[in-house]
Design a protein around this ligand. Structure first.
Ligand code: GN1
Ligand code: MG
Length: 341
């Protein structure tokens, strides 16, 4: 499962470790290594992250900044190989990196209550706040134009043009649905062009399962999955929290169980704004209600695009899985349009 040369590079002894896959990501491969000291090891998807050194560079800049300015803050950095590198390459040239496993922590796939929503949103807000003084030009985009909704819409349109008839048929209804929400893309482009949003360092993957909670106290310990920590707009982080916190079921859940929980929305906003409110401009605050719709539309589109493309980007375990995800997201989008704004 994990190439010997990689374990060796990190001076890990396979015979002393139990290896368990961690199944929640759609892009990278992740394993828990259980032993006297436990770790998390991850293989980076090199077709998605075509320049993994950019990730390592961003994380170095970020960790230097927070360690210097906020010494008590837990920023999860990678452990280095025996020759001091952040990544070890296997024979197929996949980069791997190693993290310490933080004992007694858990991740969750759906928010149970307001306190969880508040704590998780506070954790993501604090990361951005602690990075607000850093020079954003020191960071690179690890995936160019990652959250550019205009680009994502174009990718959807060209996937439609190139899709097989079978894939088009199976997603016909969702395609029509997506088109009715195209106004969100227009609104996004106007907002970006207006220059009203400040470029900040954002996490860009603020799903609820990217927060580690203490298993006993339920406190948020730190945020994880920092591959897309890079310049972005606050609506990306806030929006992805809305997308993944407000419904009692995640993006794989049954469509009839998707719902909008106003109390959770309010709690997450309170947690995030408790950290970020003072940094946001008045114009930015005015776009708070747009954030959730924009990100939910974008991720829904990305799942639909991948279905049309033949499931080449997000990991799928069964046929039609991207379609289920997209349908779930478009249902949530309808609910957000009715309830927020
Ligand atoms: C991917 O692999 P994972 O689960 O951390 C994706 C995110 C999506 C998310 C949807 C690099 O994240 O943008 O929001 O799936 N990451 C990348 O669940 O595309
Ligand atoms: Mg991720």
């Amino acid at each position: 499962m994990i190439p010997g040369e990689v374990l060796e590079a990190f001076s890990l002894d396979q015979s002393q470790l139990k290896i368990e896959p961690i199944d929640s990501g759609h892009i990278n491969k992740t394993f828990k290594l259980i032993g006297d000291r436990s770790y998390v090891i991850q293989r980076i998807n090199k077709s998605v992250f075509t320049n993994p050194d950019l990730i390592a560079n961003n994380l170095r800049v970020a960790s230097d900044h927070v360690n210097k300015n906020y010494p008590g803050y837990l920023f999860l950095s990678t452990l280095t190989t025996s020759d001091g590198k952040e990544m070890a390459y296997d024979e197929d040239e996949f980069p791997w990196r190693l993290f310490p496993y933080i004992p007694n922590t858990i991740t969750i796939d759906a928010v149970a209550d307001e306190q969880q929503a508040f704590r998780a949103a506070q954790a993501f807000g604090r990361l951005s706040k602690n990075l607000s003084g850093v020079d954003t030009t020191l960071f690179s985009e690890t995936i160019p134009r990652f959250h550019d909704l205009g680009l994502r819409y174009e990718q959807f349109e060209s996937a439609f043009i190139n899709a097989s008839q079978e894939r088009k048929n199976s997603s016909h209804e969702l395609i029509e649905n997506a088109k009715t929400f195209a106004f969100i893309k227009t609104k996004y482009e106007e907002l970006i062009q207006s220059g009203k949003l400040t470029l900040r360092i954002t996490h860009n993957d603020t799903k609820i399962n990217n927060v580690l909670f203490d298993a006993d106290s339920g406190k948020a310990i730190c945020v994880i999955d920092l591959d897309t920590l890079m310049p972005g707009y606050f609506i990306y982080d806030l929006g992805d929290m809305v997308r993944t916190f407000v419904s009692p079921v995640g993006e794989e859940g049954k469509i009839e169980n998707v719902s909008f929980r106003k109390n959770i929305y309010d709690a997450l906003l309170a947690g995030y704004l408790g950290e970020m409110n003072e940094l946001l401009t008045e114009d930015e605050r005015a776009s708070i209600p747009f954030a959730g719709q924009m990100m939910t539309f974008m991720i829904g589109l990305r799942f639909l695009t991948d279905h049309l493309n033949g499931d080449i980007y997000f990991h799928v375990k069964k046929p039609g899985q991207n379609l289920i995800r997209a349908a779930n997201q478009f249902r949530l989008l309808e609910l957000l349009a009715e309830n927020v704004g």
